[in-house]
Design a protein. Structure first.
Length: 225
């Protein structure tokens, strides 16, 4: 039965809230005696690349390791992931730690261009979709990635060049941050051979922020001796 349900998922686009997906997850892991994390890795068309059990915990606790989750997503070239874990107690209501972990994973995924499409909690008879049902505070993500249009007075104070400079500064910061996260996830600096680019980005950021920069900090930015 489970193989048949899994085969149905592999034949088309996956909707995180679809009934056939929920039924498959409840049947395959809703009654497990220990908390278990499962991750569905999807491509850009939302078709299934892999369905893998990532981590296992105890009756009441499961520790998530974002590095392992996103490293595997990068290996599979996944564009999106669906997180699933079970509550052996039978109560699918998300805990505060469930909400915090989801918030952090969504933020990391945005930095790596890997969308966290849903975090589903299942039991033997019920489920909760945390992102769809609003079981997430979102404060961490909002405080870091809140983009809004400037007021009229702010637009009058800015020249076109300053607006372009601000946009370039934002892109430079994101690029350096993304490269740092990729180095940490993949664990090998030899995969990145653009130290001069990193030095130029770091110089540009320091110039825009009006900060002095030393040669030692440039070496740190480029991860070179």
């Amino acid at each position: 039965m489970l193989e048949s349900m899994r085969g149905d998922l592999q034949r088309g686009k996956i909707d995180p809230s679809s009934r056939r997906l929920i039924e498959y997850l409840i049947a395959s892991m809703g009654a497990l005696p220990m908390e278990t994390l499962r991750v569905l890795f999807l491509d850009a068309q939302r078709t299934l690349i892999a369905d893998e059990q990532m981590q296992r915990g105890s009756v009441e606790r499961l520790t998530l390791y974002p590095r392992a989750i996103f490293r595997r997503a990068i290996e599979l070239d996944a564009a999106g992931i669906i997180l699933v874990h079970n509550h052996p107690s039978g109560n699918p209501t998300p805990s505060e730690t469930d909400e915090l972990a989801t918030d952090i994973l969504v933020h990391i995924g945005q930095s790596l261009d890997i969308a966290v499409l849903e975090h589903i909690i299942v039991t033997a008879t019920d489920h909760r979709c945390m992102l769809r049902d609003g079981h997430r505070k979102g404060s961490r993500r909002a405080s870091r990635l809140d983009l809004r249009e400037a007021s009229k007075s702010q637009r009058n104070e800015r020249s076109p060049h300053s607006a372009e400079r601000a946009a370039a500064l934002t892109n430079a910061r994101r690029t350096l941050r993304r490269r740092l996260l990729l180095r940490q996830l993949l664990g090998s600096g030899r995969l990145f051979h653009e130290p001069a680019r990193d030095v130029l980005l770091d110089l540009f950021i320091h110039e825009c922020e009006g900060k002095a920069v030393s040669t030692s900090s440039l070496c740190i930015a480029s991860v070179c001796p």
